[in-house]
Each structure stands twice: as C-alpha cells, then as structure tokens.
Design a protein around this ligand. Structure first.
Ligand code: ATP
Length: 234
C-alpha cells in the first residue's frame, strides 16, 4: 500500500535520511523505531509531503506521491498525528475534531467518524465543550488521534504515541491502536517504546542515524539479540 524506495533527504547540507526503504501492506500495523534523532519523524514527514526528498520514490497504491503537497496527501487518505499533538489549545475538543475533517474525503463521513471517535474515546464526548489545552496529556493525545481519525484515513501515521504519558494511559492508547487496526485502517507507528509497539505490530523497522539498521517481523525483532541489547537493556 505504501512503499518507500531508497529515499534520501537533506536539511540544508546535512543528510537526515540515507536510502530508506520500507513497505507497509494494507491493513498492517508497522512500527518505526529508533532513538532520538534517528530520523523517524523525518521519514513520516516525507510521506506526508511536509519535507521533500532529494532522491528515491514514495509510492502509495502504486502511484508516486513524493511531489505532492501535504493537503493532496491528506486527500489521498494518508493522515499524520504529529509529535507533541499540536492541538489548538484554546479551541474546544469538538472544534479540534471538526478541523480534522477539513478534507473533501472526510467531510462526507463527518457524522459517522464523530460517532466512531466518541465511541473509541468516551471522555472526549463528555468533555467536548472543554478547551483542549485544559485536558491532561493522555486526553490530549486521545484528542490528537481522534482528530486524525476524523480525516477518514486509510493510513494513519502516529508520531510518538506514548511519549511522556503514564503507563496506564500508554496501555489504553496501544489498545485503541489495536481497535483502529481492526477497523481496517493501516497504521504506521513511530515509537521509542519498542516493546509495546512491536507487541501490537506486524513488523518493524529500526532506524539509526537516518538509516534502516534492522527490520523484520515483530516477533523476530523482539527476539533479536541486538535489539534486546540496544533498545531493551537486556
Ligand atoms: P525524535 O524522536 O527526537 O523526533 P526522530 O527519530 O524523529 O527523533 P528526526 O526528528 O527525524 O528524528 O531527526 C533526524 C535528524 O534530522 C536529527 O539529527 C535532527 O536534528 C535533524 N532535523 C530534524 N528536523 C530538522 C529540521 N527542520 N532542520 C534541520 N535538521 C533537522
């Protein structure tokens, strides 16, 4: 469904991505792992059209998309939940959710999607008139995921789902990702939490210094001695 072929990306003179290749099949959940500054956000920003690649190809359903603008990519059904949530903090939960549905593809399903996200996150319905900035970190992350779902994604890319959140909230959010996957949405999960994310993923890619250092089935990766040593402290 989504394929990156040997992509390279520079910030000015500095090369951030080196020949990154990866593939996400329809309906899969795929984890993009790695430490700080490994290039995870840059990779999904390239898919979203927020950063331009200098070489390589990004294919979505067999078509090249790397020349497209971000709003065109969203219209194709590739939606990003950005790192740090980036909610409009002085707007209400409901207004934030409405903004997630601005694309043509999402508008026609507005009502259905709103019902779906309120079912997934009842707390958002209870607090729909509350300013987003006044919610807890976990609730804000729920709102950011819900806003992404309001865009009617075929592929949902979530940047740092669990960062800075309490373990009980992290568990709830990973459970929600499983439900999102069951609804047929393809998920690309950018994470530093290797254990949790591989537990719910089909496969994973580990980035180091802008390169794919390791990739494979989630279960094989979890058993990989290098990954255990470098990322799980075992
Ligand atoms: P993090 O979890 O810290 O966001 P990451 O794996 O997502 O890590 P990136 O944010 O993709 O990493 O960063 C990859 C490299 O590119 C880093 O060295 C970072 O400093 C650099 N970088 C990221 N964004 C920019 C930018 N806008 N301008 C210049 N350099 C950047």
């Amino acid at each position: 469904m989504l394929k990156l072929e040997d992509i390279n990306l520079f910030y000015g003179e500095v090369q951030a991505l080196w020949n990154i290749s990866l593939e996400v099949q329809e309906g899969e959940t795929v984890a993009l792992l790695g430490a700080n500054a490994a290039g995870k956000s840059t990779t999904i920003n390239a898919i979203s059209g927020l950063e331009k690649i200098t070489s390589g190809r990004i294919l979505y359903q067999g078509e090249e998309i790397h020349g497209k603008d971000p709003h065109e990519i969203v219209e194709l059904g590739i939606v990003q939940v950005p790192e740090g949530r980036k909610l409009f903090s002085f707007m209400t939960i409901e207004e934030n959710l409405e903004l997630g549905a601005y694309s043509h593809r999402a508008r026609k399903d507005f009502k259905k999607n709103l019902e779906m996200v309120y079912e997934l996150f009842p707390v958002l319905q209870e607090r729909r008139k509350q300013q987003a900035g006044s919610m807890s970190g976990g609730q804000q992350q729920m709102c950011a995921i819900a806003r992404g779902l309001m865009g009617s994604p075929k592929v949902l890319m979530i940047d740092e789902l669990s960062l800075g959140l309490a373990p009980i909230i992290v568990k709830k959010l990973f459970d929600v990702i499983k439900e999102i996957r069951q609804s047929g949405i393809t998920v690309l999960l950018v994470e530093q939490n290797v254990n949790h994310s591989l537990a719910i993923s089909d496969k994973g890619y580990v980035l180091e210094n802008g390169r794919v250092a390791l990739s494979g089935n989630a279960s094989d990766l979890l058993a990989d001695p290098y990954l255990k040593r470098a990322y799980l402290g075992m």
